[in-house]
Ligand binder design. Structure first.
Ligand code: HEC
Length: 199
């Protein structure tokens, strides 16, 4: 009897400890995600507006392309150097994901899609999406919402019939599979994601 009680206590303590470990990792993942978002895509909405005004559409497309998965993989290397030791991280993966992609490399994985779907539902019900983190054990994913933050975004993501001819041409040439149009101001466009693998 005593042994059973002891065993149950040990299991309960271990489970609590394990859960609190997961909770701590979730908290860490979310704050590293916020930090990584600032480091890898600083002031995006502002920069897009400035680019549009001073350099024109073609250059702004190039600017938006600079956040491609290739660019992100360069940033991942910097982030892992910054975070690995302090947070006991083995690997990080960052990028942008959306339910309606322009670049199909930004297609969400299963976990990311679940979060984006949940956000879409809550937005429909009138609750704004907020930063979200999921995971257990060693693997965690944090997502930060990206919105159509300014008029500038609409030049390339607004309703198809409102886009300038020049934009349409460039987009059609580069992204024949483009689904990322038809948005309105303030709408949820997708997410910045941060995946963490702990040791
Ligand atoms: C000049 C055109 C242009 C403007 C303005 C623009 N984008 Fe984009 N956007 C693009 C292009 C091109 C891509 C595809 C980039 C790539 O190849 O990864 C893209 C991709 C994205 C993605 C990644 C998901 C996907 O569809 O592939 C997000 C999120 C996004 N844009 C948000 C925004 C937001 C928010 C704004 C306003 C702050 C904005 N964009 C303004 C052209 C634009």
């Amino acid at each position: 009897m005593k042994k059973t009680t002891l065993l149950l206590t040990v299991i309960a303590v271990f489970a609590a400890w394990n859960c609190s470990g997961d909770a701590k990792k979730k908290e860490t993942t979310l704050s590293l995600a916020q930090e990584s978002f600032q480091l890898s895509m600083p002031g995006m909405a502002k920069e897009v507006t400035t680019y549009m005004e001073t350099k024109g559409v073609a250059e702004t497309v190039v600017y938006c392309q600079s956040f491609s998965p290739e660019y992100m993989s360069g940033k991942e290397k910097e982030l892992i150097k910054l975070f690995a030791e302090k947070h006991n991280l083995q690997a990080v993966s960052i990028g942008r994901a959306s339910l309606k992609t322009r670049n199909s490399s930004n297609t969400p994985d299963e976990t990311q899609k679940q979060i984006l779907d949940a956000w879409a539902q809550s937005e429909q019900a009138g609750t704004k999406a907020s930063p979200t983190v999921v995971g257990k054990g060693k693997e965690y994913t944090a997502m930060i919402p990206i919105r159509i933050a300014g008029e500038a975004c609409l030049k390339c993501h607004g309703p198809a019939d409102t886009l300038d001819e020049e934009v349409k041409t460039i987009l059609a040439e580069t992204y024949p599979q483009d689904k990322a149009v038809g948005y309105s101001l303030g709408e949820l466009r997708g997410a910045f994601y941060f995946k963490a693998l702990y040791r």
